[in-house]
Design a protein around this ligand. Structure first.
Ligand code: GLN
Length: 295
């Protein structure tokens, strides 16, 4: 075992355990999972193949690939960044430097939308807009659930939009998804049945205190919500209220203490609140819903 080839000649299983031990010592939260994902990616083996080949020996070339990934993870680069991919709502999203890593918390927005548009509405020709679409996670997850819907995603970043377009093609949704580069909803014309957004909502002064996996690797444009974290909502909510058709729904993701001020912004924009904020699995109010009343 040499410094550049630390895993050569060890079995896959032993390497996986050794790497998990190193990650654990570094304070990485999910050491076993991360070691398995990174070794799987370095060897191009899925979970089942990795288990089936647990006793096979690692080659020198494979060892170098694992060591390269391991070094990046030890420097707190998230696994999703190293792999350039992240699963969201059962879809395998490609990422780029301009996109957030999609979070499980954001699935709360999809669940809230499914709750409103159910039964026959689910097969309606809904028009959807996703403001600040990033990798396209929310928009494409919704299009995968609503088979007759069409949607448009906006982003200020051309690089993010290129990633979202790539994902739309990967999931065979490109025929129903379009993308436009603009500030929030500036280039959109309505009416929409559903508008969604996971805007930047971290107060500027909190960015430096975020977990370094987030702070050092997620794009600050997708995080920084200004002095109180609410700048994007102040822009998006009135724009969305104007773009919704009568009865249309706006769902925005919110940070942990933001559901009350965001609800107030919805009311100020003359939206009604058809249900209380929706909590994520951690119990945080993660999505706020407004409705453009039909009168
Ligand atoms: N949920 C992200 C985080 O906690 C923030 C994403 C955002 O600002 N929209 O890091």
């Amino acid at each position: 075992m040499s410094a550049s080839d630390p895993f050569a000649g060890l079995t896959i299983d032993v390497s996986r355990r050794a790497l998990a031990t190193q990650f654990k010592a570094r304070g990485i939260e999910t050491p076993e999972l991360d070691a398995r994902l990174l070794i799987g990616a370095a060897l191009d083996l899925d979970h089942t193949a990795l288990a089936a080949q647990a006793a096979r020996l690692i080659t020198s070339e494979e060892s170098k690939a694992i060591a390269g990934f391991a070094q990046r993870r030890m420097a707190h680069e998230p696994v999703a960044r190293i792999l350039g991919r992240k699963e969201f709502w059962g879809l395998d999203f490609e990422l780029s430097a301009a996109t957030l890593v999609p979070r499980p918390d954001t699935e709360t927005v999809i669940e809230a939308a499914l709750e409103v548009f159910r039964n026959d509405l689910r097969s309606a020709a809904l028009r959807i807009a996703d403001i600040g679409t990033g990798s396209g996670a929310i928009l494409l997850a919704l299009l995968s659930e609503f088979p007759e819907a069409t949607g448009v995603g906006t982003d200020i970043s051309a690089e993010a939009l290129a990633t979202a377009e790539l994902n739309a093609r990967r999931f065979d949704l490109a025929g129903r998804a379009s993308f436009v580069q603009c500030d929030y909803a500036a280039a959109l014309s309505g009416p929409f049945d559903l508008i969604v957004s996971n805007p930047p909502y971290i107060p500027s002064s909190h960015i430096a205190t975020l977990d370094r996996d987030v702070r050092d690797h997620d794009p600050v444009l997708a995080l920084d919500g200004g002095t109180d974290g609410l700048d994007a909502y102040r822009a998006i909510i009135p724009q969305a209220a104007a773009l919704l058709g009568l009865g249309g729904i706006l769902i925005v993701e919110t940070g942990h203490d933001q559901s009350t001020p965001v609800s107030d912004l919805m009311r100020s924009a003359k939206l009604t609140l058809p249900r209380p904020p929706v909590a994520d699995l951690g119990g945080i109010h993660r999505a706020v819903m407004g409705r453009k009343a039909a009168f």
